[in-house]
Design a protein around this ligand. Structure first.
Ligand SMILES: Nc1ncnc2c1ncn2[C@@H]1O[C@H](COP(=O)(O)OP(=O)(O)OP(=O)(O)O)[C@@H](O)[C@H]1O
Ligand SMILES: [Mg+2]
Length: 239
């Protein structure tokens, strides 16, 4: 881990009108890490991800990636800087085929890198088998693979994943998380939002726990897995 973080949030505040959703959070992500943001419904996880991508604007605070300030930039510049976002609820284009969706993910690049497409197909062979199928007819798990694959097509240095396990059977969650590890091993830094705390902490190097817009606790995955507070609130264990 180098001293200078690849990505850093400082004192971030985000509001919807008069309602504060993020109330002054700070975090950092180092190159090569998988960092997870855990939290219950409404904690502010998606708000945080959308603010990083500049789909929402911060009220105050700073978001820096490779020493560049992201707040205030238009959303389309963020992909160009090397951050790609697989949104909550997948949002694949249902009337386009699997391959058309993947090619759209490379819209910010001058041309499609066939090697990246092949890499995505290696990671998720199911997508290759179904490359001509309309995305709207894929299963939920397959659509999640497609959303992750599409986000990889812009060759990001950092990948934002918002709840990749949402509504997916445990066996498929395992398979998808295994491939997230493979993506990170390939040099892509990962910021992973999850409600599935156990699976996320098994995968991630470190984590932050968000509670109603504030960071309640943070640490290495081992620290969080063994923390009584985390066990009680997120892992369903009683002491
Ligand atoms: N467009 C919006 N307008 C007003 N309030 C919003 C809006 N979007 C989110 N919120 C509120 O902001 C808070 C944080 O929401 P957010 O979607 O970031 O939570 P989350 O941690 O991603 O939850 P979940 O696990 O359910 O996806 C919630 O109280 C939510 O009601
Ligand atoms: Mg959310």
């Amino acid at each position: 881990m180098s001293n200078q973080p690849l990505f850093e949030i400082k004192d971030l505040e985000v509001s919807y009108g008069s309602i504060a959703a993020i109330k002054g959070i700070s975090m950092e992500v180092h190159k090569g890490e998988i960092v997870t943001i855990l939290g219950a419904n409404g904690a502010g996880k998606t708000t945080c991800m959308r603010t990083i991508s500049q789909l929402l604007k911060a009220k105050s605070g700073s978001i820096r990636f490779k020493n560049a300030e992201l707040t205030g930039l238009p959303a389309h510049k963020i992909v160009g800087l090397g951050i790609s976002h697989s949104p909550e609820g997948r949002r694949v284009f249902g009337i386009l085929t699997v391959e058309e969706n993947l090619l759209l993910g490379a819209y910010s690049c001058k041309s499609v890198d066939r090697k990246v497409l092949e890499w995505v197909y290696d990671l998720f062979p199911r997508l290759k088998e179904r490359r001509k199928q309309l995305s709207g007819t894929l299963s939920g798990g397959e659509q999640q693979m497609l959303a992750i694959g599409r986000a990889l097509m812009s060759k990001p240095e950092m990948l934002l994943l918002d709840e990749p396990s949402l509504g997916i059977a445990p066996i498929l969650v395992k398979a998808i998380f295994k491939q997230i590890r493979a993506i990170a091993d390939n040099g892509v830094t990962v910021l992973l939002v999850e409600q599935n705390a156990k699976a996320a902490l098994k995968l991630a190097d470190r984590g932050y726990v968000l509670e109603v817009g504030k960071i309640a606790t943070s640490g290495t995955s081992e620290e969080l897995l063994s923390s009584e507070k985390v066990q009680e609130a997120y892992l369903g264990k009683k002491h």
